[in-house]
Structures are given as structure tokens and as C-alpha cells.
Design a protein around this ligand. Structure first.
Ligand code: TPP
Length: 340
């Protein structure tokens, strides 16, 4: 019998493979697998539901990630998926698997972060499950949000001439991870030496304790702007642009000189011999929002200090391009985070 390696499909091929075998049966299921969250009819509004798994060793390393930060991040990445639908998060469930390395005090430290995030985002923890683990800490969170149906932003709504926008700045979480990994090596080989992390607080905190951009979602509502398409940036900007282009059946052009990067992130990337633009394009775990707006909405967002206009949507046959500082258009490559 044939054996196909999962790496032959990759993460997104695997999701498509699973989705091809799923049959939706209920009229209330408005959108199943394939966006940042599923959409469920709830009468006068819709519910959006998203789930994320975080594993010790894959998503966090307890050698340098404090448990309260791990708890906060686990909630934030789920809230980010709800934000990416242009919805407001309301409830979460939290399931954990613990090996006997963990004490009640460790669980308290984890939930200190989870509860802080619930306060910060205004969500209620309403359930979950606990089980034993043979392989460290596993956290699975499901988030439920609400929106009016006409407020939702799917990945599939981008139209030719729409403006591509990103929030905040990009690449910091990857650079932070590299610093934490470097200091871990130093620290583990010489435990007396305190890691010299003070000058890297921007990048390390962006890796350890990211904040989902609910502030932007609330501001877009106040300004009366509904993005034509949206997703959050978890795997890297370039990879997410490919998702929007595929779902919307469009192309895109972005401009290197418009890509937002923080000063400390830029300097630290250079110190680590990493190309800052590659960090911005392929870094991952930024948990900023990537969205498109109709040109008529540009004036409403033009002066926003934390929304950056990085390019525009083109016809599908025009492909995906990055215009470099020197003015040459190079094909954009999706080289984001690869689980498989
Ligand atoms: N190793 C450790 C110890 N910590 C990390 N944060 C990483 C590696 C980097 N990393 C882990 S998962 C990931 C990255 C960049 C991508 C995002 O994770 P995923 O589970 O795909 O998030 P989702 O798209 O489901 O929100």
C-alpha cells in the first residue's frame, strides 16, 4: 500500500485534503474550514469560531518563555483569528495536557496569563478539558466571537484596485525568537551568566507576549470601514498575501519601501546577520492584521498612525510582485513558517 508523507502536502495541502472529505449538513454553517474562523448563523447575528493548538517545543520553549506569557499568547493568537474576521471575541474554552513535570503552582502561573488576556480582550473562559500528557505542555484554545453578517471580512473578498494594508510593524517576533534562542545557548552553557536581554525588549516581548489587534477592529468600526478581505499574520506576510490572492482570485503588488519595520527589530536583524526585509516578509507570529480596503475608504484611514498602505490588488494574471527600493519588480515568494 502507498504511504504519502505529510510533507508532500504541506500544512495547507493537508488542510485542503481534510476539507475535501468534509460534508456540511447544517444550514446554520455559513462557512466551514478555510478562513481564519468558521461562521455560524445565530439569527440576528453570526458567531465565528476558531481553534488553535500550542505545543511545548513547537510553539514555545519553557527555557525562556515564562508560563504567564505562554498563557497570554495562547489566548491572543486565538483572539487574533476572531479579529481577522472583523468580529468581537466573547468566549473561549481552554484545554490543557500536562506531564508530571508540572505542579499546581505552574498551572496557576499559566492561568495567570490566560486570565489576564481574558480581562484584556473582554472574553469569558467558559469551559475546557484537562488530561495527562507524555510530551510536555499542550494547550488547545477555541475562541467564539460575534459580528453582524455584513461586518464580516473573509479572505475571499479582495477586488482589483483595492488597497493592501497592514497594521503595526512586522518581523519583530522572528527576530525576538532568534535572540531568545541565542541567549538560551549562552545561558545553558554558563548558568551564572544572566542573559543580556535588556536591549532587546521590543523584539523579545513581541515573540513572548503578542497582542491581538482588537484596537484596530474597534477603530475600523468607529470609522465605518469594513475591509473587503482580511486575515491575521501568523505565518508571515508573503504567505498570507498568497492566501488572500488565492481565496479572492486576484494578484497583488507590494512595495518594499512601504513595509513597516521597527527600529530595534531592524538593528537586531542586522546584528544577527538576517536580512530585515526577509524578516518582514517571512517572519511569522506577528499577529498583525493584513487587509484590503476599497479605494473609497482610503481617506478615512489615510492619517491612521498604525495602518500602513503597502500595495494594491491586481488582476490574477498580473501575479504577485514585490517592487524593491530600486524600482525593480521581483516575484513575491511565500516562504513562511513550515510545520511539515
Ligand atoms: N520554536 C519555538 C520554541 N517557538 C516558536 N515560537 C517557534 C519555534 C516559531 N513558530 C512556531 S509556530 C510558528 C512559528 C513561527 C508559526 C505560527 O504557528 P501556527 O500554529 O501555524 O499558527 P496559526 O497559523 O495556527 O495561528
Amino acid at each position: 500500500t502507498k504511504r504519502t508523507e505529510i510533507s508532500e502536502l504541506g500544512e495547507f495541502g493537508l488542510i485542503d485534503h481534510i476539507n475535501n472529505r468534509v460534508q456540511l449538513k447544517n444550514a446554520s454553517t455559513l462557512k466551514g474550514i478555510g478562513d481564519d474562523a468558521a461562521v455560524i448563523d445565530a439569527g440576528d447575528h453570526v458567531k465565528v469560531v476558531s481553534t488553535d493548538l500550542l505545543l511545548e517545543g513547537v510553539h514555545f520553549d519553557l527555557a525562556y518563555a515564562p508560563l504567564p506569557h505562554v498563557g497570554f499568547k495562547a489566548v491572543a493568537v486565538n483572539v487574533s483569528d476572531i479579529a481577522a474576521m472583523n468580529a468581537i471575541p466573547k468566549q473561549i474554552t481552554v484545554s490543557i495536557a500536562l506531564s508530571n513535570r508540572f505542579s499546581v503552582e505552574a498551572v496557576d502561573a499559566l492561568y495567570e496569563g490566560i486570565n489576564a488576556a481574558c480581562e484584556h480582550y473582554g472574553v469569558d473562559l467558559v469551559g475546557g478539558d484537562t488530561t495527562a500528557s507524555r510530551s510536555g505542555l499542550v494547550i488547545s484554545i477555541t475562541a467564539i466571537g460575534e459580528a453582524k453578517k455584513e461586518q464580516l471580512s473573509y479572505r475571499s473578498g479582495a477586488k482589483v484596485n483595492d488597497i493592501l494594508c497592514v497594521t503595526g510593524d512586522l518581523g519583530s517576533a522572528l527576530v525576538g525568537l532568534q535572540i531568545l534562542e541565542r541567549e538560551k545557548q549562552v545561558y545553558l552553557s554558563n548558568p551564572d551568566m544572566k542573559p543580556e536581554l535588556d536591549k532587546y525588549t521590543v523584539v523579545t516581548s513581541r515573540q513572548l507576549r503578542p497582542d491581538a489587534r482588537m484596537d484596530i477592529i474597534h477603530e475600523l468600526r468607529e470609522l465605518g470601514v469594513v475591509p473587503t478581505s482580511m486575515m491575521d499574520i501568523s505565518d508571515g506576510l508573503a504567505s498570507e498575501i498568497f492566501h488572500i490572492c488565492k481565496a479572492s482570485g486576484v494578484g497583488a503588488t507590494i512595495y518594499e519601501d512601504k513595509l513597516p519595520i521597527d527600529k530595534q527589530t531592524f538593528d537586531t536583524a542586522v546584528e544577527l546577520n538576517m536580512d530585515p526585509i526577509t524578516c518582514v516578509l517571512n517572519g511569522g507570529e506577528d499577529y498583525e492584521l493584513l487587509f484590503t480596503i476599497d479605494q473609497k475608504d482610503f481617506a478615512k484611514l489615510e492619517k491612521h498612525p498604525d495602518i500602513h498602505f503597502i500595495g494594491h490588488i491586481t488582476k490574477p494574471e498580473e501575479g504577485k510582485y514585490l517592487v524593491t527600493r530600486s524600482g525593480t519588480a521581483v516575484q513575491l515568494k511565500a516562504q513562511g513558517w513550515k510545520h511539515f
